[in-house]
Design a protein around this ligand. Structure first.
Ligand code: SF4
Ligand code: SF4
Length: 168
């Protein structure tokens, strides 16, 4: 299992064309079989990677925040919405609310300090546990070099599907 982010970045650069070819290959695979394969690989991968040694998603992603989530977290932090919004949020170009810092305000020592009140986007990422993997190829490969879980799932998937890797 490769978890070093610099190492992953270097490999991602070397595998740029291979990954484009792999996405084309995946588009012709059976969606249900693929979901089962990804689910099994993801279980093994997630259990071998300690997110608290990484935290890269919380250090690098823009996090969307809904009204309900802002209400919930402001209550948890015992602050009123006005102060909460002024301290933690900004409006994106589409008018939706976003966390106003990257890395996230709530990350400390690679751990989420508001874990039980974290946002839907945080709970979902890296989304390898979700069905319809074929519909999420773009976002999966967008985060391939950001997330060691995605990187390792994709690399195992190349082997498990019999994809011919680029040996050049
Ligand atoms: S709320 Fe927690 S899980 Fe979400 S980005 Fe911030 S630190 Fe990470
Ligand atoms: S989900 Fe991925 S990017 Fe986020 S902490 Fe875990 S391994 Fe790192």
């Amino acid at each position: 299992m490769i978890t070093d982010l610099q190492n992953i970045k270097n490999i991602a650069s070397e595998k740029h064309q291979e990954n484009i070819d792999f996405q084309d290959f995946l588009k012709f695979q059976d969606g249900i079989l693929l979901d089962n394969l990804v689910e099994n690989i993801n279980k093994k991968t997630e259990s071998s990677i300690d997110c608290t040694q990484c935290g890269n998603c919380c250090k690098s992603l823009m996090i969307n925040v809904s009204e309900d989530e802002a209400n919930d977290l402001s209550q948890h932090l015992q602050t009123d919405r006005e102060s909460f919004d002024a301290t933690y949020l900004e409006k994106g170009s589409n008018g939706l609310m976003l966390m106003n810092t990257i890395p996230c305000n709530f990350l400390s020592d690679n751990k989420c300090t508001v874990y039980t009140h974290r946002f839907a986007g945080c709970k979902e990422f890296p989304a390898m546990h979700l069905p319809n993997f074929k519909q999420r190829l773009f976002t999966t490969f967008m985060h391939y070099e950001r997330c060691p879980i995605i990187f390792n799932v994709v690399e195992s998937l190349k082997t498990e599907t019999g994809f011919t890797k680029d040996t050049n």
